[in-house]
Ligand binder design. Sequence first.
Ligand code: GTP
Ligand code: MG
Length: 473
Amino acid sequence: MSTNKSTLKRLVDTAEHLVERGIDKRVRIAVTGLSKAGKTAFITSFMNQLLHVTDNDQLPFFKPAKDGRLLASKVSSYDELHIPEFKYKQSVSYLVKEQPEWPPSTTGISQAQLDVRYKIKNEWLRKVQKQSHLTIDIIDYPGEWLLDLPLLRLSYKEWSSQCLELIKQNRSDSIADWQEQSGQLIYQQPLSDEQITEVSNGYKTFVKNNFSKDHTYNLLQPGRFILPGELEGAPVLDFFPVTDSDILHSDWDSLAQDSLIKTLEKRYNYYKKQIVQPFFKEYFEKVDRQILLVDCLEVLNGGYQNYCNMQFTLIELLKSFHYGQSNWLKRMFNPSIDKLLIAATKADHVPPEQHRPLEAFLQDMLQEARNDIQYEGIDLETMVISSVKVTEAVMAEHQGQKLMCVKGIELESGEEVINYPGKLAEQLITRNDWQEHQYDFINFAVPDNLTNGILPHIRMDKVLQFLIGDKFR
Ligand SMILES: Nc1nc2c(ncn2[C@@H]2O[C@H](COP(=O)(O)OP(=O)(O)OP(=O)(O)O)[C@@H](O)[C@H]2O)c(=O)[nH]1
Ligand SMILES: [Mg+2]
């Protein structure tokens, strides 16, 4: 009798083990986006919606929640102890405190881990086990560092040529200073470390100035030149591109190892190998799902050149993440991203009737990349979302016409305003298309009424459904 019992128990244990193995227990999500795209706000809201999943009636399109199958969720302590924890509580407290603010810009890496317990739906699996859990990993990092990803594909010469092109397109005073300084260098001869540091500092100033200048979205690299983090002042950041086209087109093979050009090339390769590669290996290697957040509104405000810059930068970034078998990153790190969501963030700046044209604009901007990725058989969607909705849509008079506008607190003035940002065109491809349209998107502050704990949003339920809905089987 007892033998039968123990056999039965063993069988049940084995069946449960098989069920556990058959269910995905873990999903790692890469939140990608340039600086200020809204990554931190997104992660905060994503966690907030899930942590309130049992009392959250704002998630009609997140099926497992709607079906009442999500039982509980909690922030769990992270098992990779060397990575700092994402400060979720602190992030939410910025939004809900007495004088609310947006959480500050990110300066280092942190990781969040959420556990969700749920009722199993699959009737076969349910015969053995009623419940399971899913662990969700998300990382947050400064957008600037993402800009280094494409460097992994570029040699020093290729990177220098790319820099030269970007400099030609985006002339500025600070580059003129640096070009004068670097124009005097004799690349075929050695240069002292002190002098290399000096010229490199000039290049850093140019990169920093240009980066912070009204979101020009240039692919200015290295990202650590803009935000060095713990590498501030480290010699690994002492290099710069060659932007002299004669030198660029010359043969470097015969140059001495201690020539300036070879030294710069070595430092560039060192930076790639010691800084960029480990960063991406650690944080993007095991990614299952990806969301790319795009701030289309800044671009619409900025005009044609900004549009071209952002388009180029995002396409380069997405290329680095290519999803098919032949991809370099896949070969190197073997990631397996099977779903990509490209989302226009901050949709609460736009009245709802303009969400569709905004999505069309986003689709158009990334048409080429979307085609390539879809070709690889990846599940790809575009959406227009707001992680934290801080405005409301109102009908108001604008230049003698009754129009749908958005009402909120203007960030700059702290005053309540009604804003009509302009009529979004679905296609803004040529310079002429851009000249016909003027946009006026303003930044909104967080109102002081988000105190009930659940952050208002636009389509975060659809985001949850797309990114993790299928994991609750
Ligand atoms: N109205 C509105 N504004 C948003 C929303 N999400 C982000 N913002 C605004 O965008 C700013 C930047 O958002 P973050 O989440 O800090 O952006 P980030 O991508 O984390 O930026 P870095 O950490 O600098 O890389 C915020 O301070 C807000 O002003 C949103 O859903 N609605
Ligand atoms: Mg951030």
